[in-house]
Design a protein around this ligand. Structure first.
Ligand SMILES: *Cc1c(COP(=O)(O)O)cnc(C)c1O
Length: 330
């Protein structure tokens, strides 16, 4: 299963036992802490947030995207690069907002002339920037983001879902930009099943967002489990290190294969273009061999015939590479 950017690793048995032991004390007959105070303070500490910055938790960052968009006045404009994470567009449309997707340049960087024009003409209340971007895998140029922060008429949301795999972040720039919010999730880190995302930023803005948050959006099992897991950082450090090193190996090997062109990635997936055969044919061939990746050949704004593979365990990646080599040389 190499289609959804999940961390492929489970926990050692003794850690699972310890985790189950902590769940024993959860009172399922009681409502959870509506403010998830303990978990919030753990996340504050791990992200080294200062006093002036507040944090809001969501049922996945998907719910936070929904809260951000629900907080906007009717008729507001929303801008994000395109292609990017599909939920920005989907939720904006479902709320009847005026969404504008702005194409990327050939290197998947922000097309700054078009972005400047969109900001001037649409006056977006909100700009979403996935950093690194999904599905392209790259980080946008820092100076471009800094310029957008300067000229944006509203809020800029940096979606750092792939932060564990990237070497740059805006989490420690929050105090320099009052209109910047940084959003993260534990999903790609290795806890996709828990549904926990968070967003950090200016106290007043987070306070407004908090008004539309449903009181018990983080359930008691998620609060307890995330607290347990995040206090064992070394558990993830090893896994993330393995995923990062497998990412390099996948990229190198794919670069040597005739017939595919992989794009560099700062995330836990690799986008690649199929040069000699239709992407659908390669996707189907892999699927028949039990390997599920993501077919992006009908995604607007990407080069033709693109597929996306999530970095899995070494043996999963090897099975993927073997099958890919097989169809490309058939
Ligand atoms: C996967 C992904 C998310 C979703 O995160 P959840 O916390 O699982 O809802 C958000 N943003 C981007 C860019 C993603 O790729």
């Amino acid at each position: 299963k190499l289609d959804a950017m999940e961390n492929p690793y489970r926990w050692p048995e003794d850690v699972v036992d310890h985790w189950l032991e902590t769940l024993r004390s959860c009172e399922l007959n009681r409502y959870p802490d509506p403010e998830a105070k303990r978990l919030t303070s753990t996340l504050r500490r791990l992200n080294r947030l200062s006093e002036n910055i507040d944090l809001l938790l969501g049922n996945g960052s998907d719910e936070i995207i929904q809260m951000l968009l629900m907080a906007l006045p009717a008729g507001s404009s929303v801008v994000s690069p395109d292609p990017s994470f599909v939920m920005y567009r989907q939720i904006a449309h479902s709320l009847g907002l005026d969404y504008h997707g702005i194409g990327l340049d050939d290197a998947f960087q922000l097309d700054m002339p078009s972005m400047r024009r969109a900001l001037r003409d649409c006056r977006p209340a909100l700009i979403f920037l996935a950093f690194p971007n999904n599905p392209t895998g790259n980080l946008f140029r820092r100076e471009d983001i800094l310029e957008l922060l300067e000229i944006a008429p509203g809020l800029v949301i940096l979606d750092e879902a792939y932060a564990p795999f990237a070497d740059d972040t805006f989490m420690n720039s929050l105090e320099e930009h009052a209109n910047l919010l940084v959003m993260r999730t534990v999903s790609k880190l290795g806890l996709a099943g828990l549904r926990l995302g968070y967003i950090a930023g200016d106290k007043q803005i987070i306070g407004h967002l908090n008004k539309i948050r449903l009181p018990y959006n983080i359930n008691i099992l998620t609060q307890a489990s995330a607290e347990f897991a995040l206090n064992r950082k070394n558990l993830f450090d090893e896994q993330i290190e393995k995923i990062r090193s497998e990412r390099s190996r996948l990229l190198e090997t794919m670069n040597e294969l005739e017939g595919v062109a992989p794009f560099p990635s700062a995330a836990n997936f690799i986008l690649f273009q199929c040069m000699t055969r239709p992407a659908q044919e390669i996707f189907d061939f892999l699927l028949k061999r039990g390997i599920l990746i993501k077919n992006l050949s009908s995604q607007k704004g990407l080069p033709a015939n693109c597929l996306r593979v999530t970095v899995g365990k070494p043996e999963e990646n090897q099975a993927f590479l073997d099958a890919l080599r097989q169809i490309l040389t058939a």
